[in-house]
Design a protein around this ligand. Structure first.
Ligand code: GTP
Ligand code: MG
Length: 399
């Protein structure tokens, strides 16, 4: 009997132990799931507050957190790209008259100098020599100087007594004859009627004469005259050159066609004309790299630029940009450039910084090509169509 009771007790103890083990095992399995549920419960409100939580009166803390983050700025739509302000260039007509004071250096040397000498009571040989020197110093050139002095001598002799007004008229007439009042100074940019394509202008010259500046200023002149312009950055030597041109273009809404740095300038020039044609632009202006007239390879390259552009039609203007302050050197450059690309017009820059305004006469004589534009300062609208009358009037300080 005692044994039976003992067995029953042992059996009860074993049963109790087994049931205890099963319960603790279940608890262990449930723990990870509970943890992750708890984690979600803490994360959820801060990540995305739900409608239900709002309704249940969610705590204020998460909302403040959201306010602290600079959400409006981060989520605001990207501001529109700033459109560069398009400038309105000054009208072209009468620019030389407006800028006449910039010629004061040439005026003092050439115009006033000559008037003072001619006003002397006795015009002896020594005085005529001084007159000759004045003209030579102003870069008029030897042959034109001799011609002018000869004519002046003759007319003064015929005139006899001279009033200052008569002298001024006489000098004005003779200088005007020298400058050439009847030359065609139009910068030809007319579109070619039958074949729809823009006028094409090629800008050439040695380093630093003002080609890019002139191309930019000329774009403004054309825009002021109501034309649409495409610029070709065929100076591929430096990326900065294309940037410089593009900056000029942007100011008046003219697009710039550019190529890879150190790329083929002829292909950029070709593309500029092609794109200008496709766009229906009125004029394509091509800026080229500065090159020394003595470097045969570079001069050949320039010839190629022109020939490649001409595959699409004629180049209407080849403008040679000369720095007026370089005087006679400019003439040597001009001769070589004229051989490589037919120059159709001259741009004399930096006339504001020199007393050598006479270079206008010399360079026209040298090349048989008219000065079409003059640069009279670094300002955006300091490029003027060359008008002989206004130029001579500015020199002699007349009306
Ligand atoms: N005072 C004055 N400065 C001018 C005139 N034209 C151009 N310049 C200045 O001359 C400098 C050279 O001008 P650029 O247009 O860069 O000359 P560039 O011929 O293109 O030079 P490269 O491309 O390096 O050969 C600049 O500082 C211009 O502002 C002008 O008519 N008067
Ligand atoms: Mg340049």
């Amino acid at each position: 009997m005692e044994i039976v009771i003992l067995v029953v007790v042992i059996a009860l103890v074993v049963l109790g132990a087994i049931s205890g083990l099963v319960v603790s095992g279940r608890k262990k399995k449930a723990a990870p799931a509970e943890k992750s549920a708890a984690a979600q419960a803490t994360k959820a409100p801060s990540a995305e507050p739900h409608v239900g939580e709002e309704a249940e009166g969610a705590p204020e803390a998460p909302r403040r957190t959201i306010e602290e983050v600079d959400l409006p700025a981060a989520e605001a739509p990207a501001p529109p790209a700033p459109t560069p302000e398009i400038e309105t260039p000054e009208p072209t007509a009468g620019r030389l008259v407006r800028l006449r004071s910039r010629l004061s250096r040439s005026q003092n040397t050439l115009g006033k100098g000559l008037l003072t000498l001619l006003s002397r009571e006795h015009l002896d040989d020594a005085t005529w020599e001084e007159i000759e020197d004045t003209l030579l110093t102003a870069d008029v050139g030897v042959t034109p100087t001799q011609e002018l002095v000869e004519r002046l001598r003759e007319r003064v002799r015929v005139l006899g007594t001279r009033t200052p007004e008569e002298l001024r008229t006489l000098l004005r007439e003779e200088l005007l004859t020298l400058v050439g009042p009847d030359l065609d100074r139009t910068v030809h940019t007319e579109t070619h009627g039958a074949v729809e394509r823009p006028g094409v202008v090629l800008v050439v010259g040695v380093n630093g004469t003002g080609k890019t500046t002139t191309t930019g200023k000329l774009a403004r002149v054309l825009v002021a005259d109501g034309k649409s312009v495409v610029l070709g950055a065929a100076d591929t030597f430096r990326a900065a050159a294309a940037d410089q041109l593009q900056t000029w273009g942007r100011r008046v809404g003219a697009r710039t066609v550019r190529g890879p740095e150190a790329g083929d300038p002829a292909s950029v020039a070709f593309d500029a004309v092609k794109e200008g044609t496709d766009e229906g632009a009125d004029v394509v202006l091509i800026d080229t790299a500065g090159r020394l007239h003595t470097k045969t390879g570079l001069m050949d390259e320039l010839g190629k630029v022109k020939r490649v552009v001409e595959k699409q039609g004629p180049v209407d203007e080849v403008l040679l940009v000369l720095d007026a302050t370089t005087g006679q050197n400019g003439l040597v450059q001009a001769r070589v450039f004229a051989e490589v690309v037919d120059i159709t017009g001259i741009v004399l820059t930096k006339l504001d910084g020199t007393a050598k305004g006479g270079i206008v006469v010399a360079v026209q004589r040298e090349l048989g090509v008219p000065v079409k534009l003059v640069g009279l300062g670094e300002g955006a609208d300091d490029l003027a169509p060359f008008e002989p009358e206004a130029f001579v009037d500015a020199l002699i300080g007349g009306a």
